[in-house]
Design a protein around this ligand. Structure first.
Ligand SMILES: CCCCCCC[C@@H](O)CC(=O)SCCNC(=O)CCNC(=O)[C@H](O)C(C)(C)COP(=O)(O)OP(=O)(O)OC[C@H]1O[C@@H](n2cnc3c(N)ncnc32)[C@H](O)[C@@H]1OP(=O)(O)O
Length: 311
């Protein structure tokens, strides 16, 4: 007899899905708009470590892209979003960004044409939620050189419970030890950096390509369980990584090799982000807290190319 309450996820259909390749172009204006969206120069328009992200400082030829600029590339996938995946039924308003992992292979040009190759990298039944992981590898279109890889972990509240047997369904295509939750050290952080987001931060950040109404529409935010629109997870990650580059890498955006972040709790625009950093060789463990609520909202690590000498 057919069930009146069909399973929200058909795992075989989901993991066999093949996304088409997608391409898009960006300009220096996109690079600068993104930097403003993650708070560059917000506290000081003359900031000598950050002006280069938004302006051709001292005759500099190109605006320099922050490494997290590459986290925007998956959002240009017109045909590479979770709602395009057959075999998935979920309420889009309950979707949350759970984790982000990025590998950066070469510095981002200040403008360019990009080709995205997209694949399902994970699917997990968490009972009350389903987690889907989407991996996007981005290439310079003309040369075919790989620029970066983004693996986005998406937490779909209310869409779990599809496993037919125990243990619950879990599938990944990558080494399990590559992305795991970090334990924040018990000892004092090497550096602490504080940044106040603006009330309109999500409204500014969305112009970089993530138009999810959870970040702009008060009614949708309430349906999703929040008192008002929340900040994009990748905006918070952009603040944290910018704080690390400024504090430990003298503002040099090409110092970063890979980035991992787990979104622990939502952030409301206007709140103050306090990022604590622990330097362990070339690896920076970090935790970002919201000062007003004294709650951790993000933790992870950034792997640098070299051990910083600026401390
Ligand atoms: C292609 C690119 C597409 C990208 C789309 C992104 C679109 C964006 O516009 C959307 C956003 O930016 S949303 C804003 C940013 N994200 C957030 O604010 C979420 C913050 N985190 C939370 O609220 C909770 O951690 C919450 C709710 C996520 C989980 O909390 P709980 O329900 O209490 O979970 P819990 O009971 O602790 O754990 C259940 C199982 O889930 C795993 N888990 C928990 N948090 C996770 C997280 N953040 N990421 C991944 N996995 C997570 C737990 O490990 C647990 O699994 P297991 O039992 O196997 O250990």
């Amino acid at each position: 007899m057919a069930s009146s309450n069909p399973s929200p996820v058909d795992p075989e259909l989901v993991i066999s899905h093949k996304f088409p390749e997608t391409s898009f172009s960006y300009t220096e204006r996109d690079v600068a708009l993104y930097a403003l969206g993650v708070g560059a120069c917000a506290g000081d328009a003359l900031d000598e470590k950050e002006l280069k992200y938004v302006y051709h400082r001292d005759g500099q030829r190109f605006i320099q892209a922050l490494p997290t600029f590459g986290a925007l590339f998956p959002f240009q996938n017109k045909k590479g979003q979770v709602d395009d995946v057959p075999g998935m039924q979920f309420d889009q308003r309950l979707l949350l960004h759970g984790q982000q992992y990025m590998e950066i292979y070469r510095p981002f040009p200040s403008s360019g044409s990009i080709l995205n190759k997209i694949a399902i990298a994970g699917l997990h039944d968490k009972g009350k939620a389903t987690i889907i992981e989407i991996e996007t590898t981005s290439y310079i279109k003309e040369s075919g050189e790989a620029l970066c890889m983004n693996r986005s972990t998406i937490y779909l509240r209310g869409a779990g419970g599809f496993s037919k047997s125990s243990p619950p369904y879990s599938y990944i295509t990558y080494p399990a030890n590559q992305v795991s939750r970090v334990s924040v050290p018990k000892y004092k952080p090497s550096v602490v950096y504080e940044d106040r987001t603006h009330q309109s931060q999500a409204l500014l950040y969305r112009l970089s390509g993530d138009y999810n109404p959870l970040h702009s529409d008060p009614m949708i935010a309430q349906v999703a369980g929040f008192t008002r629109p929340i900040l994009h997870g990748l905006c918070t990650l952009g603040y944290a990584v910018r704080a690390i580059i400024k504090s430990l890498c003298n503002g040099e955006p090409t110092a970063v090799k890979s980035i991992f972040g787990r979104f622990l709790l939502h952030v409301y625009p206007g709140e103050t982000l306090v990022t604590e950093m622990w330097l362990e060789g070339p690896r920076v463990i970090y935790q970002t807290k919201v000062k007003e609520r004294n709650r951790a909202v993000l933790s992870g690590y950034v792997l640098l190319k070299h051990i910083p000498s600026s401390l």
